[in-house]
Design a protein around this ligand. Sequence first.
Ligand SMILES: CC(C)(COP(=O)(O)OP(=O)(O)OC[C@H]1O[C@@H](n2cnc3c(N)ncnc32)[C@H](O)[C@@H]1OP(=O)(O)O)[C@@H](O)C(=O)NCCC(=O)NCCS
Length: 404
Amino acid sequence: MSFDVRSVENLDEFQQALFSIGQYFGQDPNPERTEQFSRILPFERMLAARDDGQIVGGAGAFPFEMSVPGGRVRCCGTTVVGVYPTHRRRGALRAMMRAQFDQARELGEPIAALWASEETIYGRYGYGRAGYAGDIAIPRERVAFARPLEARGRIRIVDPAEALAKFPPLWDGLAQERPGLFIRSPDWWETRTIPDPVDRRSGGGPKRFALLEHDGEPVAYAIYRHNMSWENFVSTGKVRVIEAIGRDAHATAELWRFLLDIDWVASIESSLIPPDHPLFFVLAEPRRARYRLGDSLWVRLLDVGAALSARTYPQGEALVFDLRDEFCPWNEGRWRLADGAAERTEDAPDLRCDVSVLGSIYLGGVTLSALAQANLVDELTPGAIARADGVFRHGLHPWCPEIF
Ligand SMILES: CC(C)(COP(=O)(O)OP(=O)(O)OC[C@H]1O[C@@H](n2cnc3c(N)ncnc32)[C@H](O)[C@@H]1OP(=O)(O)O)[C@@H](O)C(=O)NCCC(=O)NCCS
């Protein structure tokens, strides 16, 4: 079956395309929210699949930048993908991915990234799992730190307007340190991070905004809410930490000290925590956090040459990849990466793999060695896998603190 896939042209079409995924969340179309959402997802980037003039699928792309080792790169942030249950498994998603990648390539976005609802969907389009993140749930009585921490600053609960003014630079600071963060625009902060509609609280209380300052200068912030409950007059409630970001190690620990010490709850919980989060070394009993790990970002190199040249590498050693890329054949063939730049080559290849493998190792969160253990790479020059591990290495695991 063939679908007519094009950008939406007005708010009504935008809403219909969004409903392709919204219905799976049990939502009804909401004109006010649709209008707000169009501030961060332009009409042009919301593709709709039409059957006989009716919208039966949608696939969006946020036009943001993503932090990568050593900098930022323009990224097609794949989002709100859905196909009506009446039209599933007839190729609508495939047609929308085709149109989205072609559009992103035309716009000069070297990579695409997404959070997958199910692991089985996106590998076929060249996305590779590029990192891990997980949930923590720390019992309130197990919040001791391994070493004493001297409090340096002052923490205040601030109102949404102050949060909006003071939190963004700290997010951008984390993006300089960690790959995998998307850069939030002012509209994103205004329409998505700070607002707190009641129907998005999962039964919890309102968002609280906490700011840590050292000598009046913002050094860390948290967004959290209470989800309260009681049994036999005893609180079984939770503090849910939505986001907690510090400028440096001390500020981060000080912020978490505050969050972990909030009284009258049974546990402090958070999600999307990377495996090398400092908390695992700061806590005296990290096992008690009951960490549960899953996949986080998936990355797709849309323009292999531009994408590989957009990040930095700890070593300049040359590597030649022979790539397969069925869905984006313009990437197929041999690429030589040396001294931080990638170009086409006729040189003999060191490694042969699918483009999804490069997506996996791109942010430095997954090693080629690990993928080779799963038989996903052919090593044509002995030692090339170990060399690639050294070239793509990045000190800190990717971290994307929000699902987009
Ligand atoms: C996921 C979804 C968008 C797929 O749309 P679709 O139009 O049915 O997909 P297509 O017909 O284009 O399928 C393309 C291929 O992906 C496979 N596929 C699609 N969805 C899949 C899934 N959930 N699990 C496993 N395979 C899947 C198809 O079997 C097909 O394989 P093939 O190319 O080998 O034939 C649709 O099932 C959906 O809306 N699901 C609920 C919402 C959701 O999960 N959205 C994704 C948000 S990240």
